[in-house]
Design a protein around this ligand. Structure first.
Ligand SMILES: C[S@@+](CC[C@H](N)C(=O)[O-])C[C@H]1O[C@@H](n2cnc3c(N)ncnc32)[C@H](O)[C@@H]1O
Length: 411
């Protein structure tokens, strides 16, 4: 591994997805020589926009000998489901069998100068911090100096509040340097959603590329399962009165709350209809009301009030619409975006991609849901680029130390 300003530093990328992290490194002047993912649509997107060096397949089935040698940096946002609290029963030993072990294996077998992993903020609190401790120790045991940092993408000029943990390690005797924030208090102003996507607000969504002021807009498609109205109660219902009324009828019928729940197949819902403490009660839905009437045989005093519904407009604040239009957006997730503030659609794939700082000519492949997933899973390109630049600067600034370490490593 000879380092010089002229030669591009080489990257191998695991869990590459559609390539947000990789594109950031490429933009910063790195060369990605091998990448891998097992989501076919993400691999298609990667190939279309970045290159054919991505290999489709499960990393746990790929042997280290089939991955190139002599690269400088290993990237990988390993999934952390294996560490989930839901798997509490598993011992820590078993936990080690999950996917970050694949990253560990490749660091061990290939000994890159640096590695960088990205993960969700929750990783830091998993098992009261024991998981992150374990990860750091495992890489330290391979001779790497390891540090991690929680960063918020908005502080790096990304129009999105997205908190993620970056774990960085090197075996060449230098500090791990993370990029400094550029936006926020006493720095540049955070970028808002409006700043970056308002030009698309009035552009109709389309399955085909759209021409807009000499620019081609790709993937401006969106889920349209958005309603401006909902079925709500026609009449105002006083929940305390209904609760007292139902309590009385239940007592008369001598059916226990538990048995009412049993009848409905609910665990606790029915209990809320007869709450002793009225404030935490709830009024049954019309469907449940009629079923309850069969059971308790109450009179018709509240029938109309409780069961008459009408279509009502959804008020802005009830509608799950994006509420950060004038600020960085909330985290773009893999499961689906928020609703556009003034359109009958969710944020489009392109709008989400812009918020994740993908360039306009980056085209996503796959079904609508799958495109949203790839984008929601990605590291914002701009954040990745800044991390890459700080690693590159660190390497070039410490040329002597690193060359010596590399010579020692070869002996
Ligand atoms: C958080 S995403 C990574 C996103 C990527 N770093 C980016 O910036 O676009 C994690 C990726 O790991 C992939 N993955 C999960 N398990 C895998 C496995 N066993 N082998 C290969 N890829 C896997 C998923 O398909 C997903 O694309």
């Amino acid at each position: 591994m000879v380092i010089s300003k002229e030669k591009k530093l080489k990257v191998v990328s695991l869990f590459s997805g559609c390539g947000g992290l990789d594109l950031g490194f490429i933009n910063a002047g790195f060369e990605v020589v091998w990448a891998n993912d097992f989501l076919p649509e993400a691999v298609d997107t990667y190939k279309k926009n970045i290159g054919d060096h991505i290999i489709f397949g499960d990393i746990s089935k790929i042997k280290s000998k089939d991955i190139p040698d002599n690269f400088d940096i290993l990237l990988g946002g390993f999934p952390c489901q294996g560490f989930s609290i839901a798997n509490k029963k598993r011992s820590m030993e078993d936990e080690r069998n999950f996917l970050y072990k694949e990253m560990l294996r490749i660091v061990k077998d290939k000994r890159p100068m640096f590695f960088l992993a990205e993960n969700v903020k929750g990783l830091l609190s998993m098992h009261q911090g024991k998981i992150i401790e374990m990860i750091v120790k495992d890489f330290e045991d391979l001779g790497y100096k390891v540090n991690y940092k929680l960063v918020n993408s908005a502080d790096y000029g990304v129009p999105q509040q997205r908190e993620r943990v970056l774990i960085m390690g090197n075996r060449v005797g230098v500090e791990n340097v993370f990029p400094k924030s550029t936006h926020g208090k006493d720095l540049k102003k955070h970028i808002s959603v409006k700043d970056v996507v308002s030009h698309l607000s009035d552009v109709r969504i389309s399955d085909y590329p759209i021409k807009l002021k000499n620019k081609t807009i790709h993937n401006h498609i969106a889920r349209t399962n958005v309603h401006d109205v909902f079925w709500g109660r026609k009449n105002k219902v006083n929940q305390h009165d209904v609760c007292d009324y139902l309590k009385e009828w239940r007592a008369k019928s001598e059916i226990s709350t538990k048995n009412v729940d049993k009848h409905f197949g609910y665990k606790h819902t029915a209990g809320h209809w007869f709450r002793k403490d009225n404030n935490s009660g709830s009024v049954p839905t019309p469907e449940d009301w009629w079923e309850l009437k069969k059971l308790l045989d109450f009179d018709s005093k509240y029938d109309k009030k409780v069961t008459e519904l009408e279509l009502k407009p959804i008020r802005f604040e009830q509608s799950l619409r994006i509420n950060n239009w004038d600020k960085p957006s909330d985290t773009i997730t893999a499961t689906g975006p928020e609703i556009h503030p003034n359109k009958k659609r969710r944020m489009s794939v392109r709008e989400c991609a812009i918020i994740q700082t993908f360039p306009d000519d980056f085209i996503f492949c796959g079904s609508l849901g799958n495109m949203y997933k790839q984008i929601g899973n990605a590291v914002p390109v701009l954040l990745a680029e800044q991390v890459a630049k700080s690693i590159k600067k660190n390497i070039l600034n410490n040329y002597e130390i690193i060359s010596k370490a590399n010579r020692r490593n070869r002996k």
